[in-house]
Design a protein around this ligand. Structure first.
Ligand code: PLP
Length: 397
């Protein structure tokens, strides 16, 4: 599943280029850097492979989301529609720009239900932000239609779905903006890092400038550059980008191992009555870092999760997870922030604690998700598939 599982000489080689030059900054220092531009090269590689006009690296997936929102001018009082099943970073990013996360139910794709999205659209809605959780795509056809109809933006949180596609296009490149994460457990990793991609020239220029204190990057004298507006420092370092470049070159290999291993697990379960697979809208585009299945009841799902762990098959029972589902987001429900939120901001936020997410509960309480490792040998994989099958049969009966 994470890129660190395939780690070696390639990472060392790119890192060494940077170490030998001693220039860790992604911009400037032309005469000292031995012509190494790891961040720039990685951006160009992403653009080329993913057939997207622009890529801007950032320090993380979280800062990629914040950058994307800023690039599109999303801020004070704007509503952003998000799913109840995501990682906390998605709504943290929205809150951090003064906007309002509006959480909607998921369906059996484990991504936002377009019907719930439509119901949540208000005059304040500026963005629909689908999250392609666990490597699989939200219903981008329906969401894009909705966005178009209501004249709002589609920003994809593709942090968990790098390399996945939908109808032949890379996830992240289909909406107005898309965000990726390369943190320590993502499909490819550079330690910490992220990227924003877009086909919109203005958004790209904003992202380029915003992530570097508003520097306009005109000319090659950093001190003489202009600052058309305020930004922040979300620049990736050349060290991180070097690792990212090595990892990016392995993307197809990572995806192909994942897809193969996942299929073996699916085959082991496919004829078991009572077990359903997560609905995947485009099987060919599955990034395949995880296998998610539904069991008939919450109790059985919990039991299965525990039994599998006891037999050495790691899995997530998201319904009880602190990081990924609304049920345990007490810090959000209680609006616990270090500094107080601005009064007007607070007044616009929905009451997350009282909202009814029965539809999401019904789905996620029956879901278990198994991460797919890149390191399993054929024998290990076969053995694990067998254990998976017998454990699930034991629970279902
Ligand atoms: C990992 C993740 C992020 C944030 O990425 P970081 O690089 O860890 O900041 C955002 N959204 C989702 C869905 C994620 O899984």
């Amino acid at each position: 599943m994470p890129g660190y599982e395939l780690w070696g000489e390639e990472e060392k080689k790119h890192l060494n280029d940077v170490i030998e030059s001693g220039i860790l900054m992604r911009y400037n220092f032309e005469t000292l850097r031995n012509n190494h531009w790891k961040a720039k090269e990685l951006e160009q590689a992403i653009q080329k492979k993913m057939n997207v006009s622009y890529a801007q690296l950032t320090t993380s997936g979280t800062t990629a989301l914040i950058t994307a929102l800023n690039s599109a001018g999303i801020g004070a009082g704007d509503e952003v529609i998000l799913p109840t099943f995501t990682f906390v970073a998605s709504f943290e990013a929205v809150l951090s720009v003064g906007a309002i996360p509006v959480l909607v139910d998921i369906d059996d794709t484990l991504t936002m239900d377009p019907k719930s999205v439509e119901k949540a659209i208000s005059p304040r809605t500026k963005v629909i932000m689908p999250v392609h959780m666990c490597g699989e795509m939200a219903d981008l056809t329906s969401l894009k239609e909705l966005a178009k109809k209501h004249n709002i933006l589609l920003i994809e949180d593709a942090c968990q779905a790098f390399g996945g596609t939908y109808k032949g296009k890379y996830l992240g490149t289909i909406g107005d903006l898309g965000c990726f994460s390369f943190d320590f457990v993502k499909t490819i990793t550079c330690g910490e890092g992220g990227a924003v991609v877009t086909n919109n020239h203005d958004y790209y220029i904003h992202a380029d400038q915003y992530t570097d204190h508003g520097h306009d990057h005109v000319g090659n004298n950093r001190g003489a550059e202009n600052h058309p507006y305020l930004g922040l420092n979300y620049r990736i370092s050349e060290l991180n980008a070097a690792v990212g470049l090595a990892q990016f070159e392995k993307l197809d290999k990572i995806l192909s191992i994942q897809r193969n291993n996942k299929q073996v697990f699916k085959d082991a379960l496919k004829d078991i009555e009572g077990v359903e697979f997560r609905r995947i809208l485009d099987e060919k585009g599955d990034n395949a870092s995880f296998l998610s299945i539904f069991l008939p009841t919450k109790e059985k799902a919990k039991e299965a999760s525990q039994l599998l762990v006891s037999k050495g098959i790691g899995n997530a029972y998201w319904f009880d997870n602190n990081w990924h589902y609304i049920k345990k987001w007490d810090h959000l429900k209680l609006l616990k922030t270090l500094a107080p939120l601005y009064k007007e901001h607070k007044e616009l936020l929905p009451n997350y604690a009282n909202a009814d997410y029965t539809q999401s509960d019904n789905i996620l309480s029956r879901t278990i998700t198994i991460p797919i490792s890149l390191l399993w040998t054929e024998e290990e994989l076969a053995k694990k598939a067998q254990i998976l099958r017998s454990s699930i049969l034991e629970i279902i009966q």
